[in-house]
Design a protein around this ligand. Structure first.
Ligand SMILES: [Zn+2]
Length: 286
């Protein structure tokens, strides 16, 4: 996983500029947990010099661990809400969890509350969390980290009060499929550039991207980030004319934002064709 989005977050945490609520989405379950732990340690670490946080070995850092890890380590200012029902995190469990948030930190300079599977929060549980987010804090910084496969799995009311950080696509396309899609894309785009049957090869390029797995789930981010990655690789591969680089990078950016269009009910093929045409068609063919 790239350190990019996370290192930016850690930096905000060191400068005490982190949003009170952060959605950590994308990546694997382990990647989301690791990100939450790194963030919590950065927020609670005892080091005076912010740049040295997290140090990894002060009493705070050492006790911030995921509760499932068989360990006696426990930090009174770090709590994880786990899913308590088969498919949901109940309102009762959420309220009990949030009760601690009304107290001041016990030992550290702040408190960190992690919702392990925020996508499973029941409607009532989500409302309880929202209510707390809207209340002014007791003074000491209070942070909520909401973990979910996709930010789109969370209610809009929670999303609008949180900073969403995408940790990358993990459970998406396997490496060889990405490489193959990228090669196919280069072929389609090269044929399109050399003229011939006009927009046909753009449709072919769109179909190659649409064949990536996961598009059938309208709420999934992963296929879009896989498509963006395939486009990025095609741009970087060096086989296409250099002037295509910029539009391809812009296309990759738009693909990452495409789940919003998908949620409006537009079929994925149409979105892909539209975005390819917007960024590439109309460019002078060589
Ligand atoms: Zn530390």
């Amino acid at each position: 996983m790239s350190g990019g989005p996370l290192s930016g977050l850690l930096d905000l945490a060191r400068r005490a500029r982190l949003y009170p609520a952060v959605i950590l989405h994308g990546g694997s379950v382990a990647a989301r947990r690791d990100a939450a732990l790194a963030l919590a340690r950065t927020l609670l670490c005892a080091r005076e010099a912010a740049a040295e946080r997290p140090c990894g070995d002060c009493p705070h850092c050492r006790r911030v661990v995921w509760p499932e890890e068989k360990s006696d380590a426990f930090h009174p200012d770090f709590a994880v809400l786990a899913r308590d029902l088969k498919t949901a995190t109940s309102a009762e469990a959420t309220r009990a969890f949030l009760r601690v948030a009304h107290s001041s930190p016990f030992e550290a300079r702040g408190q960190v509350f992690v919702v392990g599977e925020a996508d499973t929060l029941s409607g009532e549980a989500g409302d309880a969390l929202l209510k707390l987010l809207e209340e002014p804090g007791a003074g000491a910084p209070r942070h909520f980290l909401l973990l979910a496969p996709s930010r789109l799995d969370l209610p809009e009311t929670l999303r609008s009060r949180s900073l969403a950080v995408f940790l990358g696509s993990a459970e998406s396309a396997p490496e060889e499929l990405l490489a193959e899609t990228s090669r196919g894309l280069v072929g389609s785009l090269a044929r399109w550039r050399s003229g011939g049957s006009g927009g046909l090869f753009l449709l072919d390029a769109a179909a190659r991207l649409a064949a990536l797995p996961g598009f059938e789930d309208p709420r999934a981010d992963a296929p879009w980030s896989a498509a963006a990655e395939a486009v990025r690789r095609a741009a970087l591969g060096g086989e296409l004319p250099a002037e295509l680089r910029r539009p391809l990078f812009a296309l990759a950016e738009d693909l990452l934002a495409a789940p919003a269009l998908r949620l409006r009910g537009i079929p994925p093929e149409r979105i892909l064709e539209g975005l390819l045409a917007r960024h590439l068609a109309g460019r002078p063919e060589s």
